[in-house]
Design a protein around this ligand. Structure first.
Ligand code: SF4
Ligand code: SF4
Length: 103
C-alpha cells in the first residue's frame, strides 16, 4: 500500500465543474434544425446561371424532380415546394453554381 492520493491516479472521478445534471443538459440543448418548407415566396436554391454549363447533373440527381431544364439546358426551379434541402444538387454541381437559400 502506498501513500499516493487515489485522485491523482485517476481512480476517483471528480464531478464536472459546471455541475449540470443530465436533464439540465438535455433541456439546454439546441433544438433540431427546422425542416425546410417552401413558403411560396423564397426559392429554396440560388442558381448562378452565368457559372452553369448546362451539364444537367443537378436535374438528373434531384430525387424529388424539383429542377427542369430551360431551353438552354440550364436548371430552373420548376417545383420549389418539392425541395427537401437534401444537398444533392449543390454538392454535385461541378461549377459550384447552386447554393441553398437556407443553409
Ligand atoms: S436540395 Fe435536393 S430536393 Fe432540393 S433541388 Fe437540390 S437535389 Fe432537389
Ligand atoms: S450541375 Fe451545376 S453546372 Fe450542371 S446544370 Fe446543374 S447548375 Fe449547371
Amino acid at each position: 500500500m502506498t501513500d499516493k492520493d487515489p485522485k491523482s491516479e485517476g481512480k476517483i472521478k471528480e464531478p464536472k465543474a459546471s455541475g449540470k445534471t443530465e436533464p439540465q443538459a438535455v433541456a439546454n440543448a439546441k433544438p433540431a434544425r427546422e425542416k425546410y418548407k417552401y413558403d411560396g415566396k423564397t426559392p429554396p436554391l440560388n442558381i448562378f446561371l452565368h457559372w452553369c454549363k448546362a451539364c444537367n447533373l443537378c436535374i438528373a440527381f434531384c430525387p424529388t424532380k424539383v429542377l427542369e431544364p430551360d431551353r438552354d439546358g440550364k436548371p430552373v426551379i420548376a417545383h420549389p415546394e418539392l425541395c427537401t434541402q437534401c444537398e444533392i444538387c449543390w454538392v454535385h454541381c461541378p461549377d459550384f453554381a447552386i447554393t441553398s437559400t437556407f443553409k
